[in-house]
Structure formats: structure tokens, C-alpha cells
Design a protein around this ligand. Structure first.
Ligand SMILES: *Cc1c(COP(=O)(O)O)cnc(C)c1O
Length: 430
């Protein structure tokens, strides 16, 4: 069959049966059928090639269809594909927990598995609420940042900033107190707000240094450190959501490596398996873990998913973390960081651009549209198509243009992405 006809056929079949995420199906264009991925490239049905500059929604670390990860998953698939994790265990899960904990702050001592970022957050919230409950403390309120994003399940939505994403469900979300992200000027006022509530707060949940889905909003480690220190003094448990920032994105292995203060609980997903398989992890201190130990069965953490600690996902994560710790990957992360940093200087002289920001391999800027910043800003859609036509997958958040490339992107490929950004921006007058 002629490939163009086959592609149209696939698109028709897709539309007939599939409901895509974050997509208005009435007005969305046809989904592009991807047939293959290799390294930084995705290949569509017509033989077009795309650079995946957003790591397929921020998950891909070492490139698509990585042969080493594929091999390890394949071996695992022929050995043990899945086993119930209540009453049973397996070496991949034990090894992964050991390897991960070694890389985390020493306070992190126990690993709880689930299968995505939202569930990692749900588990973290339940740990904090039940921690208070098991110790017969009445602490049920939660503190979070305005503009936060922690996922799409109900608990995760509750602690995410109010937006049109959460609007239809607002009446069903639990009570959360939202504060501004810290800066040198507002820290005292934030401390005062926290102090007034401290006795009732079960926990504080935050995305460290970068608020991803809100539009790659960045804030300073020293300001977060001051806020965390204060929460520590007030005995408020801290959940650090590293679902996006984990595994090298910020230039260090984890965002926590930029910080002096350490959280009680951490959440991981996205890059955990190198973007190969779904998996979520919530880690915690022994202090929290111990509060669930009891002769009284009511103190158990009654939570678990069918695919908890799935051996295939564990194998993928083990392989991906090995690659991440390679000298070559570390050098790539450093090079991307340097290249991004040089490109921010170039962007400074572009009149269509403002609020240029970067941390490690994450680069973002606002495209000046005169319409203000909004996810519904139509310019984002136009830019998306401009980049796609030029062979690059970028997915602006409204008018926020950002790059989160896989670490295998070469210097030349990244330069091509920068040049394309310049070409696309030049088409728009301000
Ligand atoms: C993406 C994201 C989540 C949710 O992860 P899913 O796997 O999409 O459920 C949670 N927290 C942060 C910071 C994220 O970026």
C-alpha cells in the first residue's frame, strides 16, 4: 500500500478509537503516526524525521530505543515479567532501591513503588496524612506553591495550582494552602503565613527549582533553602517532587544536589526508567517509615498498585541509571548546559523574546505576543507547527518555548535546534 494512503488510514483509525491526552479532539489536527525511534530522532510514517527536543514529554534520557536498555528489559522479560509485590520480592527491585538510595540524601531510606508521577505524589501525600494520623496528631492541611503541578489524579490535582485544567473538579478537591514561590523579597512574609498554620500542616509539597508544567518557572536554590529550613524548624514534613527535575535535568543528578536542606519524602518518575517504561517511586526517611510499624494493623499503609515494582520497569531503571552515571553521559549533560548557556546570550538580543531562563539542560523563554502569558495563547500552536515543519518536536506551553532534550543530542543537532528557533522567531514581528 502507498505509504501516504496507509498514513491517512492510520489517522482515520486512530480518530475512530483513540482519545488523546490534553487534546481537544474536535479541533486537534491529525495525530502523526510514529513508526520508529532512534536516539534523538523519531520517524513518521512518511519517512519524515523529527528531533525530539522535549524528550517525549520529559521522559527520554538517553534517546529512543536505546540498545542497552532494550537488551536488559528483554533479558528480564524472558526471566520474570511480573510478580505480586505483597509477600514477594525480586532482585531487580532490591537492586534498584539500593542503587537509587545511594544517590539520594542519606535521610532517604525506604522506597515505595508505584507506576507514574501522579501516583508517586499520591503515595507521598498519604504517607504524610497517615503519619500524623498514626501518631494521633490532627494535621490535615497541606501547603503547596501557586502554579504547582503534581499530576492529574485527584490528590495530585488538589495540591496543584488552581487552573482551567482543574476547574471542573474544583469542588471535589481537598483543602490546600497555596503560597508564592520564594524570592529574596517575600521570604519573611511566607514564613509568617506558614507560622500561622504550622500546627495544622501535615506537609509542604513542592517542585524544587523548576515549576515545569506551569511554564518552566524557575526560582533560586538559596531561597528554597531558607523556606525549607523554616519548615524544618516548624516540624512540617516536606515532599520534594523530583518527577521532572530528577535524573540529570538540572545539570546535577537531582535538584536536591543544588540544595543544603533535605526533604522527608521524594517523588520520582519520568526519567526514572530513561523514559522506557512507566514507573513511580516515593522514597522516605526511616522516621516516617517507623510511624507505620505497629502490632496494630490499622497503622499499615494500605496502598498498592497491581504493577508495583514491575520487574521490567525495574530492569529499565537499572539500565538507565547505569547509563546516567557513565562518564560520557555526565559530559553530555555538561556540554548541553554550556551550549544552552551560550544560547541564552544570543537570545538576549532577540526582540521577540523575554524572561530567558535556564538550569542545566532545561532552557526556556517567553515569546512576546502582546497577549500575555497563557496556556491558551494561540501563538504556541503556531510555533508548534512551525517547528514541526522544520523537523523539530517542541511543544510550547502557551507562549513559553522550552527545550528539554535527551542527553544523547549532539552539539550539531542542538545547534540546528537553536538556529531553527532563531529562524522561526524571525518570522514574527514585535
Ligand atoms: C509530570 C509530573 C507529574 C505527574 O507525572 P505523571 O507520570 O504524568 O503522572 C508530577 N509532578 C511533576 C513535577 C511533573 O512534572
Amino acid at each position: 500500500m502507498n505509504t501516504t494512503i496507509k498514513k491517512a488510514n492510520l489517522q482515520q483509525r486512530d480518530k475512530a478509537v483513540n482519545w488523546h491526552p490534553y487534546t481537544q479532539m474536535k479541533t486537534a489536527g491529525e495525530a502523526i503516526p510514529i513508526v520508529r525511534g532512534k536516539g534523538v530522532y523519531l520517524y513518521d510514517h512518511d519517512g519524515n524525521t523529527y528531533i525530539d527536543a522535549v524528550s517525549s514529554w520529559w521522559v527520554t534520557l538517553h534517546g529512543h530505543s536505546h540498545p542497552y536498555i532494550a537488551q536488559r528489559v528483554s533479558e528480564q522479560l524472558h526471566t520474570l515479567e511480573q510478580v505480586i509485590f505483597a509477600g514477594f520480592t525480586h532482585e531487580p527491585a532490591i537492586q534498584l532501591s539500593e542503587n537509587l538510595l545511594k544517590l539520594l540524601p542519606e535521610g532517604q531510606q525506604k522506597v515505595f513503588y508505584s507506576d507514574n508521577g501522579s501516583t508517586a505524589v499520591e503515595v507521598a501525600l498519604k504517607m504524610c496524612i497517615q503519619y500524623a494520623h498514626n501518631r494521633e496528631k490532627k494535621k490535615t492541611k497541606i501547603l503547596a506553591f501557586k502554579n504547582a503541578y503534581h499530576g492529574d489524579t485527584f490528590g495530585a490535582m488538589s495540591v496543584s495550582g488552581k487552573s482551567f485544567w482543574t476547574k471542573p473538579f474544583e469542588s471535589m478537591l481537598f483543602e490546600v494552602i497555596f503560597i508564592d514561590i520564594p524570592n529574596a523579597g517575600n521570604i519573611e512574609s511566607l514564613q509568617q503565613q506558614i507560622k500561622d498554620l504550622a500546627g495544622e500542616l501535615a506537609c509542604f509539597i513542592f517542585e524544587p527549582l523548576v515549576q515545569g508544567a506551569a511554564g518552566m518557572l524557575m526560582y533560586e536554590a538559596k531561597d528554597l533553602d531558607r523556606l525549607m529550613k523554616f519548615c524544618r524548624e516548624q516540624n512540617i514534613l516536606m515532599i520534594q517532587d523530583e518527577v521532572f527535575t530528577g535524573f540529570g535535568r538540572t545539570g546535577k543528578l537531582f535538584a536536591t544536589d543544588h540544595l543544603m536542606e533535605k526533604p522527608d519524602i521524594m517523588c520520582f518518575s519520568k526519567g526514572l526508567t530513561g523514559g522506557t517504561m512507566p514507573m513511580g517511586i516515593t522514597t522516605c526517611t526511616n522516621e516516617i517509615y517507623n510511624a507505620f510499624l505497629s502490632e496494630d494493623r490499622h497503622k499499615t499503609l494500605f496502598h498498592g498498585h497491581s504493577f508495583t515494582a514491575n520487574p521490567l520497569a525495574c530492569a529499565a531503571a537499572l539500565a538507565s541509571m547505569e547509563l546516567l552515571l557513565n562518564e560520557e553521559t555526565r559530559k553530555n549533560i555538561e556540554r548541553i548546559t554550556r551550549q544552552h548557556s551560550a544560547f541564552t546570550k544570543v537570545l538576549e538580543s532577540v526582540p521577540q523574546v523575554e524572561h530567558i531562563r535556564q538550569i542545566g539542560t532545561i532552557l526556556a523563554f517567553d515569546f512576546k505576543t502582546g497577549q500575555g502569558t497563557s496556556y491558551f495563547n494561540e501563538t504556541g500552536k503556531k510555533l508548534y507547527n512551525d517547528f514541526l515543519q522544520r523537523g523539530i518536536i517542541m511543544r510550547p506551553l502557551g507562549n513559553v518555548v522550552y527545550l528539554v532534550p535527551p542527553y544523547c543530542i549532539t552539539a550539531e543537532e542542538l545547534d540546528f535546534v537553536y538556529q531553527t528557533i532563531m529562524d522561526v522567531l524571525a518570522q514574527y514581528q514585535v
